[in-house]
Design a protein around this ligand. Structure first.
Ligand SMILES: Nc1nc2c(c(=O)[nH]1)N[C@H]1C(S)=C(S)[C@@H](COP(=O)(O)O)O[C@H]1N2
Ligand SMILES: [Mo]
Length: 423
């Protein structure tokens, strides 16, 4: 940390200097005078008067009880039941970029099934030289890769097309997670079976009752898709497809088949299965666009936000959020405090990675007046995240899927935030 004279000061020096500046000074801490009357500083606390838990108290740890509100949540009116349903990642309360599996959103068409590794089989058939069946152990013997990708459901932010709907980034943008996957490339397995020249598509299906069958162009399948058996270093959780799921980087979540059981090489997309044609977008002229698999660049401020009001009043304020693009890496994120009239560049926590979440920070000194905060992502292709008005010009009002518009939070002088639309 540097002071005005250019000298490097310590954090303690910063706090002392701040205290000397007295009331009204911009510092993120209490003064020494306040600290001296604070029993948390002056008294020996209960947790220091005895011993803590031994090492075996919880062989597999869970978050401390003070963090029990950092959980997935669903919106009961959104779907008829919780079997064919969806919930939302608490992105408002997380930081960094990796989503812990335990709170990563779930989307099931027929519930999360329990499938043991011993009972697992993966079949490759169709237009291949040699149809093959792999056990879980077979898969573990192929050369492995580890890569981090986001998965976004095409319906994420879908409720916001018509107007500002849900109060919280968890609900407006929480159909997303970002995990480090370990597994085998799809190319490795398809090469093992040998794709016939007519094989231009790959039909992928899961072992659950819905099967979630989808067709993927062979070009994508051979490019960067993976079959994953680990996420964030450990086995996939049941709800994310244990023991094996498909990873389709940058493409909409419904293609990422969980409990993956079959890969069929075909010459044309398999159209008969349910929902293959469901994920279409209605355009401004009433026509539909289909096969919009790639998730366009998008971002959202996760805090402050409706579930994360500012509690500390005016002064230093960390504005933070997430940005991502299915077409490449995030190259830049801008933040506006005035509803998109003026923009300033945010700081990326780390350089953007292809098809993975990027964390951004905007270090602000808040004067306590109302703000209309927005973030705007740019990706390595030069694409700039559109405003809601720009998106509606192209897509009209009847779309459900693929809403990647700029989000606005109205932060009031009392620190509370609300989901609003600016014209
Ligand atoms: N087998 C199977 N795979 C599936 C689904 C499903 O219901 N069954 N849902 C899909 C949809 S629509 C999404 S958005 C993602 C959600 O993955 P998650 O539950 O790990 O978040 O899984 C996809 N893969
Ligand atoms: Mo989805």
């Amino acid at each position: 940390m540097q002071d005005e004279s250019g000298k490097t000061t310590t954090r303690r020096g910063f706090l002392q200097a701040g205290a000397a500046m007295g009331a009204g000074a911009m510092l993120a801490g209490t003064t020494a005078a306040a600290q001296s009357a604070d029993p948390l500083i002056t008294e020996i606390q209960p947790w220091a008067q005895g011993l803590g838990d031994g090492v075996d108290a919880s062989p597999y740890g869970l978050p401390i009880r003070f963090e029990t509100d950092v959980v997935r949540r669903n919106v009961s009116w959104l779907t008829a039941d919780v079997i064919s349903s969806i919930n939302f990642t608490p992105i408002h309360a997380l930081d960094g970029t990796i989503t812990p599996q335990g709170c990563a959103f779930e989307r099931h068409h027929s519930g999360a099934i329990e499938l043991a590794k011993e009972d697992y089989r993966l079949m490759i058939n169709g237009l291949v030289d040699t149809p093959l069946v792999f056990t879980y152990e077979d898969l573990e013997r192929f050369p492995r890769t580890t890569r981090t990708f986001f998965l976004e459901c095409a319906a994420n932010t879908g409720m916001e097309w018509a107007g500002a709907q849900l109060n919280g980034s968890q609900f407006t943008h929480g159909m997303i997670h970002n995990m480090e996957y370990t597994g085998v490339t799809l190319r490795t397995l398809l090469d093992e079976a040998g794709i016939k020249p007519e094989g231009k598509w790959l039909f992928v299906e899961g072992a659950d009752a819905s099967s979630n069958g989808r067709s993927i162009p062979m070009e994508k399948a051979l490019d960067d898709c993976m079959i994953a058996f680990k996420a964030n270093g450990e086995a996939l959780r049941k709800e994310h497809g244990y023991p094996v799921r498909l990873v389709v980087p940058g493409w909409e979540g419904n293609l990422w088949v969980k409990w993956l059981r079959r890969l069929e090489v075909t010459d044309a997309p398999v159209e008969s299965r349910e929902e293959t044609s469901k994920y279409t977008d209605t355009m401004a002229d009433g026509t539909s666009r289909k096969w919009t698999w790639v998730m366009d660049a998008k971002s959202v401020i996760t805090a402050p936000s409706p579930q994360m009001p500012i509690k500390h009043g005016a002064g230093p304020l960390v504005i933070t959020g997430l940005a991502w693009s299915g077409r490449g890496a995030i190259s830049r994120v801008d933040v506006s405090l005035d509803g998109g009239i003026t923009w300033k560049e945010a700081r990326l926590a780390a350089p953007g990675q292809d098809m993975a979440l990027t964390r951004f920070y905007f270090d602000h000194v808040w004067d306590g007046s109302e703000m209309l905060i927005q973030s705007r992502a740019m990706d390595s292709t030069g694409y700039v995240q559109p405003t809601k008005a720009q998106l509606r010009e192209v897509r009209g009002m009847n779309s459900v899927y693929h809403n990647n518009c700029i989000q606005t939070w109205w932060v009031k002088p009392n620190g509370e935030a609300e989901n609003v639309e600016v014209s």
